[in-house]
Design a protein around this ligand. Structure first.
Ligand code: KG4
Ligand code: ZN
Length: 351
């Protein structure tokens, strides 16, 4: 069974993992930069690159130690080459190239979004349910939010059905938390506070909810919260919790409604949620009950597979490797995904 070392450095996590082609995890190491960026309320690209440089070699070494393998026990090295912060991507790509050169192992580039879409195949528990192709997946993270049809593990078998026209869902969670003075990253904090709040106290308009396509928008939702806060700043913890609950209800309802209607339109029987926002308790619960009501199978990956990690990169790399995918030492990092985009960012008339 081929074994692949995966390296991830596209944003604010430095990660390395050793995973088999069938998804068995031999090691999975994640070094988070959250504390580094927290004072700025968001990821500072230059700081991210510098921290990746410091962390990459120790993180890779730890992943190899925990797997209990020499480099000669590996079959390939996979690395996130796109999309993401270009300086951050470059650090991981350079380390992967150096390792591939020194060990003479094949190098395989992975698109970070393909990694997220295949993350549910990474086996972290003995009885874990994995998706069946074709499936429709909601990928909601800090940088991307889109719905895809996935017919197989190859990027050419993945099609975007619709995406956000503006902010990613995770970005909206982070911005709402910031304007409520809650800290960074906002997603987990809003998730926690929303459980204490009452969403029915404030009704927010659900953006693009009634359109018959799978395009989304989250910046308007964030602006609704900003307007409410500017008009009457919350004075108690209960009021903050109510705002979190209302925002989260609106965001997760739109995400789940779009996901389920896309699955129906594509006539697939399996849906998946993935990306950092898929760690959200309300999204997980809503998606699970909506799937049950629609007679769909749903795969909700464990938390460690939702947020950024290298196990999903190693797994996606292993699939490319067994299909014959190889990259040379001239591999270039790119800030853009290889998946064709359907939704155009911004407003204005559409053809
Ligand atoms: O996938 P990820 O780790 O990194 C990117 O590729 O962006 O996603 C990070 C995003 C952040 O915006 C974070 O606030 C959000 O996922 N997030 C959550 C939760 N946990 C992380 N959003 C809502 N609820 C959560 N529990
Ligand atoms: Zn990600």
């Amino acid at each position: 069974m081929p074994l692949v070392l995966g390296i991830e450095s596209s944003c604010d996590e430095t990660a390395a993992a050793v995973v088999s082609e069938s998804g068995t995890v031999l090691s999975d190491v994640v070094h988070s930069q959250v504390a580094l960026h927290a004072p700025y309320g968001g990821v500072v690209p230059e700081l991210a690159s510098r921290d990746h440089l410091r962390a990459l070699v120790p993180v890779v070494r730890e992943a190899m130690d925990r797997a209990g393998l020499p480099f000669s026990g590996l079959d390939a090295i996979a690395v996130t080459a796109r999309p993401g912060l270009i300086g951050a991507l470059l650090t991981g790509v350079q380390v992967a190239k150096g390792l591939a050169y020194a060990t003479r192992l094949p190098l395989v580039a992975v698109d970070h979004l393909v990694g997220h879409l295949l993350a549910p195949f990474v086996c972290r528990a003995p009885e874990q349910v994995v998706p069946t192709f074709p499936y429709v997946a909601l990928l909601a993270s800090g940088g991307h939010t889109a719905i895809y049809r996935v017919d197989g593990p190859d990027a050419a078998q993945i099609r975007e059905l619709g995406a956000t026209r503006d902010d990613a869902a995770g970005e909206a969670f982070d911005k709402v938390a910031k304007l409520l003075g809650l800290g960074y990253p906002g997603g987990p904090i809003v998730d926690r506070l929303a459980k204490l709040g009452d969403a029915s106290k404030l009704r927010l308009v659900r953006p693009m909810a009634h359109r018959k396509d799978w395009e989304m928008s989250f910046s308007g939702l964030k602006t609704q919260v900003a307007t409410l806060v500017a008009r009457r700043p919350p004075t108690t913890e209960a009021e903050v919790a109510d705002l979190c609950a209302s925002f989260q209800e609106a965001a997760t309802t739109v995400l789940v409604d779009k996901l389920v209607s896309a699955a129906r339109a594509e006539a697939v029987s399996c849906i998946v949620i993935t990306g950092g926002v898929a760690a959200n308790a309300e999204l997980r619960a809503r998606a699970t009950s909506a799937a049950r009501a629609a007679g769909l199978t749903i795969v909700v990956p464990p938390f460690a597979s939702c947020t950024d990690n290298a196990a999903m990169i190693a797994y996606a790399g292993a699939q490319r490797f067994v299909a014959g995918g190889r990259d040379g030492l001239d591999l270039a990092a790119s800030s853009r995904t290889i998946l064709p985009r359907r939704t155009r960012k911004g407003t204005g008339p559409r053809g």
